[in-house]
Design a protein around this ligand. Structure first.
Ligand SMILES: Cc1cc2nc3c(=O)[nH]c(=O)nc-3n(C[C@H](O)[C@H](O)[C@H](O)COP(=O)(O)O)c2cc1C
Length: 173
């Protein structure tokens, strides 16, 4: 038997029959890009959060989703907001990813974003941007799933930042 599966079977630590550690390890096998989700609702400062739960959902209508940990510090502004923007990071933006995944460091500088239709901060220096209005918030266990309708988007040439097995990676072409 392959080692990862054996580990999952002997760590019967919760109702699922496998440990949180082995679940995380298995999920980490799925390589993703890295995005910064931004928002700026009334009464809050503009913020950004590093996320890899982003996914495309529908082409027509244009829908995307991402999920937010219910324990996240940034829950207040995201739940108060009717908009968000997805900003896809470039391979050389690991430092930005680290900054916006650090507690107490989710604020945005005036010179790093602009706004389009929804008022969500668009990080100007990123690989692709999706300006979204919130279509639905869906219960996702210990996360809240945000389904967004894309109002405007842009993309450009360049290499994406990649995340897999808990580490930032380079795409080998
Ligand atoms: C590569 C990467 C992907 C992440 N993906 C998510 C995600 O999909 N959803 C989420 O809520 N937090 C995600 N996080 C964690 C947040 O960026 C952040 O670290 C966490 O909310 C803790 O910050 P806080 O203490 O200010 O809430 C991710 C972090 C990293 C580094």
């Amino acid at each position: 038997m392959e080692l990862g599966r054996l580990d999952a079977k002997i760590n019967l630590k919760d109702s699922a029959g496998f440990s949180a550690r082995s679940f995380r390890d298995a999920l980490g096998c799925f390589a993703t890009g890295v995005v910064v989700v931004t928002t700026h609702p009334d009464g809050y400062k503009p913020i950004g959060l590093t996320v890899n739960s982003f996914a495309s959902v529908s082409l027509d209508p244009p829908l995307v989703l991402w999920s937010l940990d219910r324990g996240a510090d940034t829950q207040g502004p995201f739940l108060a907001s009717d908009h968000f923007a997805i900003n896809v990071l470039r391979a050389d933006q690991e430092a930005l990813s680290v900054r916006l995944s650090t507690r107490g460091s989710h604020g945005l500088h005036d010179d790093e974003y602009e706004t389009w239709e929804t008022g969500a901060p668009i990080l100007t220096n990123t690989l692709a941007q999706f300006d979204c209005e919130v279509q639905e918030r869906i219960d996702g266990g210990d996360h809240v799933i945000f389904l967004g309708r894309v109002k405007r988007m842009a993309s450009r040439e360049g290499e994406p930042l990649v995340f897999a097995r808990g580490k930032y990676r380079e795409l080998k072409s």
